[in-house]
Ligand binder design. Sequence first.
Ligand code: F0G
Length: 377
Amino acid sequence: MKLPEYHVRLPRLDPEGFKRVLRERRASYEPRFLSGVWRFEELLPRLPSEAIVTLAEGNVPLYESPRGARYAGCDALAYLHLGMNPSGSFKDLGMTVAVSAAKAAGARGVACASTGNTASSMAAYASRAGLNAYALVPRGRVSTSKLAQIYDYGAEVVEVDGSFDDAFARLDGTNDGAVTIVNSVNPYRLEGQKCAAFALLEARGWRVPDWVFVPGGNLGNSAAIGKGFREALELGFIDRLPRLAVVQAAGAAPFARAWSARADLVPVVPQTSASAIAVGSPKSWRKALYEVDASGGVVIAVDDDAIDDAKAAIGAEGIGCEPASAAALAGARALRDESVLRPDADVVAVLTGHTLKDPDAILRIHASRPRYEARAL
Ligand code: F0G
């Protein structure tokens, strides 16, 4: 099913007045304001309040990380930990809006193709909404924790031979419109996920970082976060854009290649141990490209070993994340090595998934590497 582009007409707001309203909402117990998405309701698609399905998503910490800064070689680095969401990943910010919109439209069910996190999130929100949920996942390539979550939240699982891209093709090809697709091709998803940018700025007292690093797979999140920063600028909440750095795994980096060559994206067969971002034909690459270019950003690729190393460093600081998320820190270090990132840079790395999303990866990484605290960090 092809969804129409969704455009939210931004209201005229007094920036300082609205920031005050946001502070009041954070302190309130009104159920929808307990959500770090619906707190920004003026900036979201209008939906009837009885359709809104929320799990109090979006209220995630911004952790200052002096050790991460040393690791990347810059003055200041903080993690926006979107893995601290109800289903353990950033997907919840988009899913609350996509599932609420599906409910408002009278959908009978929702479906997605997924490397695991989209499906876990969809399963949770669909069950809360009383909708059926169908998850198409690549057989043998989804972590045990994510599969367990999908079953636990009551979705139907269809295992497809091949990669995420094969699962997506199957979903697109067989859907006769009876269910709403809630992958990030669904524009409501991006509207919710853009709130990560608002939350990041809000947590910093609206001080704009120099760079924001985001791991890239299907590229919905990079597109959404870039959109959020642009809207914050348009609304007068901030006076410049942070530069957006999208980081892909080297074995699944068609966007990095297209960006460097200034050419159209050529799909690849994805091959990376960061299973969440094993996507060879990202659907939102044009939207993400627009945001990278608008912000003066970059797209880079880092290999699995660099991702594992960064993941061990994040874990050794008591923060933790899943492998795909660690690409953000690995990317900052790589950009510093290339002298694109200046030593005095103020950086935010977006951690997209919780450390318990992929315990097998943790055991694999630590079986082959000295304990991290033994190293000088
Ligand atoms: N980090 C994690 C932990 C993810 O699960 C994903 C995507 C990404 C980063 C990349 O975000 O796709 O918007 O560029 N996971 C999808 C899924 C593919 O099915 O859960 P993106």
